[in-house]
Design a protein around this ligand. Structure first.
Ligand SMILES: NC(=O)c1ccc[n+]([C@@H]2O[C@H](COP(=O)([O-])OP(=O)(O)OC[C@H]3O[C@@H](n4cnc5c(N)ncnc54)[C@H](O)[C@@H]3O)[C@@H](O)[C@H]2O)c1
Length: 356
């Protein structure tokens, strides 16, 4: 049984994507990183599409090595004949029998604390892992290949390039503390474009901008899980540096609809920002949004960058989503405060031990 908030989210996504999802009728989809935060929402969406929308169910093959994913996320689904779970590291080539129609390559090490801890794994999953999946896509002649890049490929954009469009080339360090993530995602994109040009693999690239929602583990170490778990435990909210760095946050339902629209779009070699173009907010104000959701006082503390966290953060990050709006009708709906309240309720009910 899914948590009611997650089930509501899945209902919203299924209803928004119903029309495009008809293309998945009877198809076989391979997803890497399927037990992570974003991957798990995809699995739930495919499960419900099979129940409610598709006359001939789609089959889903999930590959994960569980480096940051959670085996608990497969509970229930492993009993479904439409789902197959393979424990495998995508840095190593893999043979999969039968046809594959769609590949979603979401495996990656997404949280800054984890990519500091596993820099080589981070580089290799985005480069070798991507090439291995592109080879599979080429062999199986897939209808669409979706690569999860990142907004981090833009580095720290100059203020003239905010909101940042897909055409912006980036302002990125190749040697800095974040480079293992930023630069390997950039090379992952290059590999996708090369396979599109040389072999005609129909690739699409998404650059997600700070997606959040239920399913992010409290110890994930990205900002909202960190703030909310600290606040639940009565600890102060840690802000790195002055806290003036800004982001926009995109709730998981909006983002998943965007990702699926990109996967199921026509053409090849297209790149899309998927995120929220509104509500740019700095860390201090975000901490205030979080503390406003608690009855008891939540304190905020400014700290130096801990050694486990990569400094050199982008100062501002806000996408232009004009292209996704125009081509795909992508339009984020969820207000930040509402989305954060949903995540908080999910934490309280899923992790009752998160208490002061
Ligand atoms: N969530 C966001 O806001 C965001 C933003 C930008 C980019 N992305 C990208 O989207 C993808 C999914 O992100 P997420 O938030 O779900 O992260 P996540 O850490 O929750 O999930 C990533 C999944 O990939 C798996 N994985 C990692 N390396 C692997 C390997 N070598 N072989 C097989 N599986 C492997 C992990 O075990 C995990 O299940 C990542 O590629 C990430 O870089 C996410």
């Amino acid at each position: 049984m899914k948590h009611p908030i997650v089930q509501e989210d899945i209902d919203v996504i299924v209803s928004a994507i119903k029309k495009e999802a008809k293309q998945l009728e009877g198809k076989r989809i391979l997803i890497t990183g399927g037990t992570g935060f974003l991957g798990n929402y995809f699995l739930s969406v495919f499960y419900d599409l099979n129940k409610k929308v598709l006359k001939t169910p789609c089959k889903v093959i999930v590959i994960d090595n569980y480096i940051t994913g959670d085996k608990k996320n497969i509970l229930g689904l492993e009993k479904s004949s439409h789902f197959k779970f393979i424990e495998h590291d995508v840095r190593v080539p893999i043979k999969v029998s039968g046809n594959i129609d769609y590949i979603i390559h979401a495996a990656g090490i997404a949280s800054p604390v984890y990519y500091m801890k596993y820099p080589l794994e981070t580089i290799e999953v985005a480069t070798k892992g991507t090439q291995n999946m592109l080879e599979l896509a080429r062999l199986k002649k897939v209808k669409s290949f979706l690569f999860f890049s990142s907004s981090e490929i833009y580095g720290d954009p100059h203020k003239d390039h905010i909101p940042t469009p897909e055409s912006y080339r980036g302002h990125v360090s190749s040697t800095g503390p974040r480079s293992c993530y930023d630069e390997s995602k950039r090379l992952g994109e290059t590999l996708c474009m090369t396979y599109s040009k040389i072999y005609g693999v129909p690739v699409k690239i998404v650059r997600p901008f700070n997606v959040y929602g239920p399913g992010m583990k409290p110890n994930d170490d990205r900002v909202l899980p960190k703030f909310l778990s600290h606040a639940c435990m009565g600890k102060s909210l840690p802000i790195h540096g002055k806290g003036l760095q800004t982001r926009t946050y995109c709730y998981i339902t909006d983002a998943t609809v965007g990702f699926l629209k990109v996967l199921l779009s026509k053409g090849s070699g297209e790149v899309y920002n998927i995120g929220n173009n509104e509500g740019e907010i700095n860390l201090v104000d975000l901490a205030n949004v979080v503390s406003g959701l608690f009855d008891n006082k939540v304190s905020v503390v400014k700290i130096d960058y801990p050694s486990a966290y990569p400094a050199d953060e982008p100062n501002r990050r806000c996408p232009s989503i004009t292209k996704a709006k125009a081509n795909l009708g992508f339009e984020p709906q969820m207000e930040l405060k509402d989305g954060v309240s949903r995540l908080l309720q999910w934490y309280k009910e899923t992790y009752p031990n998160l208490k002061a």
